[in-house]
Design a protein around this ligand. Structure first.
Ligand code: ADE
Length: 225
């Protein structure tokens, strides 16, 4: 049984699949820790053209997602799992951070049954405001505007999935990294060669003195802005 399931409602499944089928996301799926499912919003479109958007009342540029196809798509998922929670990536949402990702990963790890999130990926200029009445979490990835919810969906998924125990190799990998205690940034790290074009690895890291190395790392961890 997976720890967490993401059902992604999108018009552009092909934009998401390559990433979710690669590296850690693929490994997490292969290990059975995560499950991804897609719902094509177009399947719930209206009329012969399966239309999902229309012009804004009051005028203005661009097209907005209509509520009917979105509600029907979400309801089709909730029919099978009424406990599924709906996330919408939107610039007007709460700014996503590591603590939010960690909370979801921990809840998923501690839950008896898989946590299930439906991520609704808006597209076009925006969405009809009434769509928000069926949404549990509004998430912003930052103060900039993207063309759709697919990239935010991948970022939200990636940042949660890598924190689920068993996904990353070393169990400490996710513990000592950046933002692990709120706003710390990870200390600088080095691998071979010792001397790369005259730039040398700090000697202390070769000393074998774990106490001194820990102190150096502490001193070289910074606070995020
Ligand atoms: N959709 C468009 N821009 C976005 C942002 N900054 N965060 C989340 N979703 C978005």
């Amino acid at each position: 049984m997976p720890k967490i399931k993401f059902t992604i409602i999108t018009l552009f499944r092909e934009a998401l699949e390559p990433y979710l089928n690669t590296s850690m996301m693929w490994k997490a799926t292969d290990k059975g820790l995560v499950e991804f499912d897609f719902v094509n919003l177009r399947d719930f479109g209206l009329g012969p053209h399966k239309s999902v958007d229309d012009t804004p009342y009051g005028g203005g540029d661009g097209m907005l997602l209509r509520p009917e196809p979105v509600f029907a798509a979400i309801e089709s998922v909730k029919e099978k799992d009424p406990d599924a929670k709906v996330i919408i990536p939107t610039p007007v949402g709460e700014i996503w951070n590591q603590n939010m990702a960690r909370k979801i990963a921990e809840d998923a790890d501690n839950s008896e049954k898989p946590l299930h999130f439906i991520i609704l990926c808006p597209h076009y200029e925006g969405y009809d405001e009434r769509i928000l009445s069926i949404v549990d979490y509004k998430i912003s990835l930052g103060k900039y505007v993207l063309t759709g919810g697919e990239l935010p969906a991948l970022i939200i998924i990636d940042s949660v999935v890598r924190l689920i125990p068993g996904v990353l190799g070393g169990e400490n990998s996710a513990i000592i990294e950046s933002f692990s205690d709120g706003d710390n940034l990870e200390y600088p790290q080095y691998t071979k060669p010792f001397d790369f074009r005259g730039k040398k690895v700090p000697e202390i890291l070769l000393s074998g003195n774990h106490g001194e190395i820990a102190k150096w790392r502490e001193e070289h961890s910074k606070k995020a802005n």
